[in-house]
Design a protein around this ligand. Structure first.
Ligand code: APR
Ligand code: ZN
Ligand code: ZN
Length: 371
């Protein structure tokens, strides 16, 4: 039993319930798995969707899907990562055999084993002291002092990044930067709008700067977020009010009739409709924000078809973690992707419910649990 560890972890008993910090027993890594000493875990809006019951998930489950840490043990047969490596964790491991995976579009894998919230062998390494198993969110459960994860999810990144920034590579940075540079492949000189400036939307802004967009218009209802976006490279800001029509006019004014690309990073019908409605002829709306299940949005079909407009869905910024995570980390180390600017509050594990409250109020950008 000596290689079993005891760790503090944020556990969701069932969707809709508050998270509770529990002492759990963590079994050692089996073949193909590694144990990661967590250094930091972001609190993402997707965690709030699960916490509030917008999406069905099984429980009890250790939450968190945006983290970075140090590899402290590896199971039999694991060649990468190695003990001592700094890793960012990927929340989607491709199944490897579905049609998407076979065609190399691993980010859209609908049957990823990560979505079973267990290790690849269908069991979990977390137990309550009484013996009951506890699941691991997306198989990486970053809201724990340490976690056993599939080796495939633990992606080595260059050393030297602030752990809080490294953690964000695993979700919001990959999602936002990838939506711009991979899903949309925004060309140099394009005009871009970003609606919603949380960790995901601000990562879209950083991606647009990297891509060489000539205008970057941002929309949010919180003035401080508009200011931060401006510091990151936004050229025009629009304070959203309750009248979507005024945001629409402001978006068009700033971009000579409408942005070539609009990124929606909230997941609300009204802002999805704003994104599509703002498109000029030939424009592309990229939907990045996730809604609760069952939510619909609508648009007028004739001008959409007549103007050859496009709507793209972007899951996880088309991330290929083994290639993209070290690349994003390198860009951050070189000062070209200022991820640390998104970290607005460092908290401890016990503050996670308070972090959700602030997120519901739209306060703060990325709150990061540091261990
Ligand atoms: N109009 C304008 N801005 C809004 C509105 C609105 N009606 N509602 C919310 N916002 C802004 C908030 O002020 C905040 O800046 O949208 C931003 C959302 O940011 P976060 O809550 O931090 O969310 P984030 O983690 O960035 O995720 C965004 O992407 O992956 C999905 O599930 C995730 O749906 C979520 C979305
Ligand atoms: Zn996330
Ligand atoms: Zn697959």
């Amino acid at each position: 039993m000596s290689d079993h560890a005891t760790v503090n972890a944020a556990v969701l008993e069932r969707p809709g319930a508050p998270l509770a910090i529990e002492r759990l027993v963590l079994a050692p890594p089996r073949p193909g798995e590694v144990r990661v000493r967590m250094l930091a875990s972001g609190v993402c809006h997707s965690d709030l969707h699960v916490r509030d019951g917008d999406w069905e998930r099984p429980g009890p489950i250790v939450m968190g899907h945006e983290g970075a840490g140090l590899v402290e043990a590896v199971g039999r047969g694991v060649e990468s990562p190695r003990v001592g490596d700094t890793v960012a964790l990927a929340w989607l491991i491709p199944c490897g055999t579905c049609r998407s995976c076979r065609s190399g579009r691993t980010w859209e894998c609908p049957v990823s084993p990560s979505y079973r919230h267990q290790m690849l062998d269908g069991t979990t390494r977390f137990r309550r002291p009484g013996g009951d198993p506890v699941l691991a969110y997306c198989a990486i459960s970053t809201m724990a002092e340490a976690a056993v994860v599939p080796a495939l999810a633990a992606i080595p990144i260059p050393e030297g990044l602030d752990p809080a920034a490294a953690a964000l590579i695993g979700c919001c940075v990959a999602t936002g930067v990838g939506a711009v540079t991979k899903t949309a492949a925004v060309p140099r000189g394009a005009t871009v709008a970003v609606i919603g400036l949380g960790g995901v939307g601000l990562s879209c802004v950083m991606g647009a700067v990297l891509a060489g967009a000539i205008r970057i218009v941002v929309v949010d209802r919180v003035p401080a977020k508009l200011e931060l976006a401006r510091e990151l490279g936004a050229t025009d800001v629009v304070l959203a009010d309750d009248v979507p029509a005024s945001s629409l006019a402001a978006l068009r004014d700033a971009t000579d009739g409408g942005p070539d690309f609009v990124f929606e990073a909230i997941g609300l019908p009204a802002t999805v409709e704003l994104a599509i409605g703002a498109l000029p002829v030939g424009g592309t709306a990229v939907l990045v924000g996730m809604t609760p299940y069952g939510v619909c949005a609508s648009f007028e079909v004739f001008p959409f078809v007549d103007g050859s407009r496009r709507i793209l869905g972007s899951n996880y910024g088309f991330a290929e973690p083994p290639i993209d995570f070290p690349r994003y980390a390198r860009l951050a180390l070189d000062g070209r992707l200022p991820i640390e600017r998104l970290v607005d509050r460092r908290i401890s594990l016990g503050d996670v419910e308070d972090a959700f409250d602030r997120m519901r109020r739209g306060e703060g950008v990325r709150q990061v649990i540091v261990f």
